[in-house]
Design a protein around this ligand. Structure first.
Ligand SMILES: *[C@@H]1O[C@H](CO)[C@@H](O)[C@H](O)[C@H]1NC(C)=O
Ligand SMILES: *[C@@H]1O[C@H](CO)[C@@H](O)[C@H](O)[C@H]1NC(C)=O
Ligand SMILES: *[C@@H]1O[C@H](CO)[C@@H](O)[C@H](O)[C@H]1NC(C)=O
Ligand SMILES: *[C@@H]1O[C@H](CO)[C@@H](O)[C@H](O)[C@H]1NC(C)=O
Ligand SMILES: *[C@@H]1O[C@H](CO)[C@@H](O)[C@H](O)[C@H]1NC(C)=O
Ligand SMILES: *[C@@H]1O[C@H](CO)[C@@H](O)[C@H](O)[C@H]1NC(C)=O
Ligand SMILES: *[C@@H]1O[C@H](CO)[C@@H](O)[C@H](O)[C@H]1NC(C)=O
Ligand SMILES: *[C@@H]1O[C@H](CO)[C@@H](O)[C@H](O)[C@H]1NC(C)=O
Length: 885
């Protein structure tokens, strides 16, 4: 801080300059809106909106059908192989001659392009994730023409791989079942845009973010970020405000920055000096200790308190910039320490000193065409995540760094973000031009995103450490060192170095899965990144019985696991025609991008459920969709409950699991996938299950060698005294065969503990002559006041073997209550997996996919758009397990 006297003087001087006015310090011209789009040979010329891409422009002009319809991903492959040009003319609304510098700024270009202004090439782009700023001072006139000439990303990636002659960088191409394009690892573009095992190949071309012209005389503010820091020894919160300017002046420029946070009684002015060229400066602001400061908390653990901050820059010449921002205070630690009774190290997050169990999922791009991803859609998806008790999402490394609105919404909702850098399931080149591009990308993204308290971890890539360790690409041993060296060069010597230079306020890990410190010790490439004693783990197994918890790794942190299902019929009908509506149609095969995926779903479902055998093909198809969703929901439930109950235990050296992020939250199109939210946001059965299995207080059951256990799991901040209520029902009776209550059960804050244990034979015998096949166990916690858990259940046998299950008569009556609907559901028999489907009416039910053991149950439907009882009645369908035959 400048000494008082000097500061006051500087302030006075600058304020007087500001009053004298100068010439307004900058001028802007947005180039968003309508451009001309043409293909390589000029046979197509159409309007193309910016932001946008060639695919959505063609669609809007009616030149192509919905690219997601049926087999159109193949039919429209030509679009990505052509070379498109965006062009337009524009008048400069300001006198260009009075500005010292004029910059043309692209927030995002997808991807390889030459930018021509008034017949002069002003720059080139080759990284979708970078921001580009081109000096057009000597090029701009009053009337201007701009062209952005794109090269096919597919063609460019192939060329780059050809140029890279020294050695191959695998994989060359995706598996044929993905129907994708090759060499995506040679282009800094959304990696899944060349296809993935849940998504189509649409390698877009276009200007996908804002583009504008800025003119200025002295300087332009490029980045502004705020991060909070807590000094334990002095108990002092401080803010680090970082500024990056482009300074045009030939001499250093003096300025004054005033920061005020009225609610924290913090007001400070500091003098800054900016140097010609790109100039960075940082201010440290101590927060007054005399005011009570509320920290930002993850969802479920407290409020997401933030404070308004105003920052005013006054720079000589009277240039004034004002910034309004919200600042948040929180700490994050990734704790790797020894655990008594267990080899290895812990791997968990402490937020504001509190260990937090991470409940969540993995985020992928919400559409193949990013310009269709609206802020509204992002909010809808994130609110659905929040409504399912999710407190963490991993922004997966094969997609994109998300829009600002995504992170703003996560800040507001308290959803923590594990942020991957965009590298996935591949090896990558490391020649200098590639590294330079990556360094610019990482610098840009970290500067852009570091103010968000929701982001609590940077992570180098998705599964690339594992790809080398498990030799996914069959690299001969003799050549392995080349790839290991490249790996360290990219994720450690470059990305990690850039991250630490830009942001020391949160941890960095090189990959997921990884082994934390073990990986570091093994030269950044562990022999087995899946080691359950270290770091995080990904686990997939479609063939073993998913009801058998002993198949799951008792990992420190489960960052990926899951099972596929089909999206609902109403979602599929939007992109299919009648001939497609069977599980074995060409369409159903075409949409499945995971080899043998459709068979695996049936095989897994067939372990416990009767598969549809009806004579009506359409009904069979709908029932199969339903059953894949039942299977997925039940499998992910059992696996997630296993991870949650492993939170406090060490068994055979494994345990202390502190995270469960299932794969995957959302969908990129209408196809089979691991998602719990369909394209468009409709909740699959899994998402309703997630709301229950991620509840803050939950009893979970399992059997171990014929002993039945119930664990209590709590994410609460204080110990909970509860009553555990357990019932056994014969499948053929709605009157319980027996009920028990265990009072005075205490579950410590943030823990999981066994609270009930009984040999299964004893339990069945003393409970109405139950057998494994004839009965089902249900249980929940009740406590003081509002404290309670969702109802949970445990099946004692496969439901295909259940004895006494009757086909219920399910009826529903609907009434409207303001903007929601009340559904009174009545049944004549116990009904497993009761499924309410509102068809095309978007909205959510207060519960769904449940086991109905009571005669009547009231469910609420919250529509996302206004609707009526008549419409709802018409669209609503009801299914339960015994409908499948
Ligand atoms: C121009 O390009 C389009 C799209 O690639 C192609 O279908 C057409 O045959 C080409 N026309 C000529 C005259 O080459
Ligand atoms: C796209 O441009 C490349 C490079 O100039 C060229 O080789 C390729 O033939 C072009 N593709 C089309 C469809 O015009
Ligand atoms: C670009 O160059 C062409 C000829 O090379 C000329 O006809 C045209 O007027 C120029 N356009 C602009 C905007 O300068
Ligand atoms: C902020 O507080 C720390 C310790 O409390 C002190 O060392 C430092 O000098 C203070 N910084 C400013 C800019 O006041
Ligand atoms: C959260 O905010 C509410 C409402 O402002 C307040 O009553 C409550 O005390 C806050 N909780 C915490 C933990 O700060
Ligand atoms: C913070 O800023 C927002 C937006 O300008 C405003 O609506 C809100 O009232 C402010 N809050 C406080 C406490 O000043
Ligand atoms: C399915 O696709 C194959 C190969 O593309 C084709 O020969 C066959 O006619 C298609 N069947 C139907 C029913 O469309
Ligand atoms: C068990 O079954 C026997 C024979 O059906 C019956 O007599 C007895 O009452 C049953 N016990 C219970 C607890 O339901």
């Amino acid at each position: 801080m400048a000494p008082e006297g000097r500061r006051a003087l500087a302030l006075l001087l600058l304020l007087s300059l500001a009053r004298s006015g100068g010439t307004g310090a900058a001028a802007q011209l947005s180039l968003r809106g309508s451009w001309r789009l043409s293909n390589g040979n000029g046979s197509l010329v159409l309007r193309g909106d910016v932001p946008g891409c060639a695919h959505t422009a063609l669609l809007r002009q009616g030149l192509i059908q919905d690219p997601y319809y049926r087999f159109n991903d193949l039919a429209y492959r030509w679009i990505a192989l052509d070379n498109w040009t965006y062009s337009r003319e524009f008048q400069t609304p300001f006198d260009v001659s009075i500005w010292k510098k004029v910059s043309l700024i692209f927030e995002g270009v997808d991807t390889v392009a030459e930018i021509v202004v008034n017949n002069i090439t002003v720059g080139r782009t080759n990284n979708m994730f970078n921001r580009y700023s081109f000096d057009i001072t000597n090029v701009i006139k009053e009337a201007n023409a701009i062209q952005v000439h794109f090269l096919s990303a597919v063609w460019y990636a192939a060329e780059q791989s050809k140029i890279h002659q020294a050695y191959q960088v695998p994989p060359e191409c995706p598996p044929p079942v993905q129907k994708g394009e090759c060499h995506v690892n040679f282009i800094r573009k959304e990696q899944c845009s060349f296809s993935w095992d849940w998504g189509p190949s649409f390698p877009t071309q276009g200007i996908w973010k804002d583009v504008r012209i800025e003119a200025y005389n002295l300087c332009r503010l490029i980045y502004f970020s705020v991060t909070s820091h807590y000094e334990q020894s002095t108990r002092q919160w401080s803010l680090k405000i970082e500024l990056d300017f482009d300074v045009v002046s030939s001499k250093p420029v003096d300025g004054l920055v005033t920061v005020s946070i009225p609610e924290l009684q913090t007001q400070e002015a500091q003098a800054i000096e900016l140097y010609p060229g790109e100039s960075s400066t940082a201010l440290l602001i101590n927060i007054s200790k005399s005011v009570a400061l509320e920290t930002w908390w993850p969802r479920g653990h407290g409020n997401q308190t933030g404070y308004n901050m105003t920052t005013v820059f006054i720079i000589e010449g009277g240039y004034k910039i004002e910034k309004f921002s919200k600042v948040y205070f929180r700490t994050v630690e990734l704790v790797e320490e020894t655990i008594p009774g267990s080899p290895g190290l812990s791997f968990y997050f402490r937020i504001n000193k509190l260990p937090i169990f991470m409940k969540g999922s993995n985020w992928i791009p919400a559409d193949s065409f990013q310009d269709r991803v609206t802020a509204k859609m992002l909010k809808l998806l994130l609110q659905s995540a929040a409504d399912a008790n999710i407190n963490m999402l991993r922004v997966w490394g094969g997609g994109v760094y998300e829009q600002d609105e995504f992170y703003d919404t996560c800040d507001e909702l308290g959803i923590m973000i594990w942020q991957d850098f965009m590298f996935a399931c591949a090896l990558y080149p490391t020649d200098q031009s590639y590294l330079d591009s990556v360094r610019a990308e990482i610098t840009h993204q970290v500067k852009r995103l570091k103010s968000h308290p929701s982001i609590i971890l940077w992570s180098g890539n998705n599964e690339n450490e594992a790809a080398i360790a498990s030799n996914w690409f069959s690299i001969p041993q003799a050549k392995m060192s080349i790839y290991s060296k490249d790996y360290v060069t990219l994720y450690v010597k470059n990305i990690r170095e850039v991250v630490f230079a830009e942001d020391k306020s949160r941890p960095y890990i090189p990959s997921s899965p990884t082994n934390g410190w073990k990986t570091v010790k093994e030269g950044w490439l562990s022999h087995n990144p899946y080691d359950t004693h270290y770091g995080d783990t990904h686990y997939y197994n479609y063939l073993s019985d998913c009801w058998d918890w002993t198949t799951y790794p008792r990992a420190r942190f489960a960052s990926e696991y899951g099972f596929q299902s089909w999206p609902s019929f109403s979602t599929l009908t939007k992109v299919s025609s009648e001939e497609d509506w069977s599980y074995t149609s060409n369409f159903s095969l075409h949409r499945q991008h995971h080899a043998k995926g459709n068979d695996e779903m049936l095989q897994q479902a067939g372990l416990h459920f009767k598969l549809p055998q009806g004579t009506n093909p359409l009904e069979n198809f709908r029932h199969t969709i339903y059953l894949t969703q039942v299977m997925q929901a039940q499998c992910v439930k059992i696996e997630t409950e296993f991870y949650r109950r492993s939170q406090s235990e060490i068994i055979n050296g494994e345990g202390r699991t502190m995270g469960a992020l299932y794969w995957q939250l959302n969908d990129i199109w209408q196809g089979p996938s691991w998602a719990s939210l369909e394209y468009g946001g409709k909740w699959k059965m899994l998402h309703y299950f997630a709301r229950r299995f991620f509840a803050p207080l939950l009893p979970v059951a399992h059997e171990d060698e014929d002993v039945f256990y119930i664990y209590g799991v709590s994410d609460l901040h204080s110990d909970a005294e509860l009553t555990l209520k357990v019932s056994l029902h014969h499948w053929n009776s709605m009157e319980p065969a027996c009920t028990m209550a265990k009072e005075g059960v205490v579950i410590k804050a943030g823990s999981a503990i066994a609270i009930y244990k009984e040999p299964i034979g004893d339990l069945l015998r003393r409970c109405g002559n139950c057998t494994r096949q004839s009965c089902v166990i249900t249980f929940y916690f009740a406590g003081e006041g509002k404290l309670s858990s969702p109802n949970n259940y445990h099946f004692l046998s496969s439901l295909k073997d259940a004895v006494g299950l009757q086909k219920p008569q399910l009826t529903v009556s609907i009434s409207q209550e303001e903007d929601q609907f009340q559904l009174v559901l009545e049944t004549t028999a116990i009904a497993p997996f009761v499924w309410l489907d509102a068809g095309d009416i978007p909205g959510t039910f207060s519960d769904n996919g449940f086991l109905l053991t009571e005669k009547q149950r009231i469910i609420l439907f919250h529509p996302w758009e206004s609707t009526s009882i008549v419409e709802l009645k018409k669209s609503l369908s009801l299914t339960s397990l015994t409908d499948i035959s």
